[in-house]
Ligand binder design. Sequence first.
Ligand code: GLC
Length: 430
Amino acid sequence: MTATIDHAPWFTQARLGMFVHWGLYSLPARHEWVMNRERISVPDYAKYFERFEPDLYDPREWARAAKAAGMKYVVLTAKHHEGFCLWDSALTDYKATNTPCGADLIEPYVEALREAGLKVGLYYSLIDWHHPDFTIDAVHPERGNPEAAALNEGRDMARYRAYLHGQVRELLTNYGQIDYLFFDFSYSEGEYAQQFPGKGRADWGSEELLALVRGLQPGIVVNDRLDLPGDFATPEQYQPAGPVLSGGREVPWEACQTLNGSWGYDRDNLDYKSADQLVRMLIDGVAKDGNLLLNVGPTARGEIDPRAGEALAGMGEWMRVHARSIHGAGAVDLVPPPDCRYTRRGNRLYLHLFAWPFQHVHLAGLAGKVAYAQLLNDASEIRMVELDPHQQAGNMTQAGQAPGTLTLTLPVQRPNAAVPVVELFLTEGD
Ligand code: GLC
């Protein structure tokens, strides 16, 4: 049974969304953690603030690219760990309106998505390397400073908490309906909680914050990184091996994935996944009841660069004809043949063939349960047979199959698609 979110059924129907990491880190163009990795101080990082001028920023173009790729929602980093705000926050000067850009960038983003019929998502970093009250810890750029402990004496997380709650209130009050919120992230345990104490729900005031979010936007979906369970789980840069469980129960989940291992624009990083691989990742996730939030890192001028554009276009090419095996589809309790994935929507079962066999594919347990079969890309009929289980293999006769097996006869030529799909109309189901 597909795990869903009662107050927001759109989320698990959507299956595919676009993540956008965009901020001052897009200028150095060396990964969004550049401030941490290169241990850049707040004054030294100011050069990016002074030169932030995204003259080609056109969120309508982002929305168009997302839509053409078959995406149903977009999630933009309103503030990432560097602390820079893309909106005109009344609580800080560290915002887009005070850079050469001079404008609130969230407003046109929200409008463009609504206009395109896409759900509106925001990412908000719990971590803040700019705020003077955010204590130095193991992820902070100042972690190597011998004065860190002394500096922390003067920092007050209660003040930071008030700032964080205030900013979330602004984002959820000033821009109309927000459908999705991604908080990032908690580390009360693990590698970031060794040398310095980590941070988690007590630091963020997570319970109060979540209540604030739900009070302001009752329909919103919230992720699980507040160090509290959220509406959905967020596996990052890996494909779960099966449905995702929390407390022994299946939960809605969304894998967030990069195009090249970096979230922010990373000019010299050429480790791009191919469109074929991305399509497989999407299908693999939906077959396990999950969403894919696929990231792009626009340039400092505000554009989705050509390499990312190409990947999106490749997905779009596949989605244009295959979206109905993805949108509104989910896992099914059947074991697929090798190198295949099943998804199901109502009485339609979708067989995704990662490898193209010669002529026959055998579907265990489906004999007598399929009324009609066709290739999804061109709606051409696929003939079905049930091979007699007692049939012996001969020179020109294939062996029988286990009772209950349905055999499909495929064309020798593999359809020209990243992943060909057979649509099976089940005799039973809604
Ligand atoms: C992380 C990273 C980050 C990225 C994010 C996306 O936890 O800190 O830079 O924004 O995950 O899920």
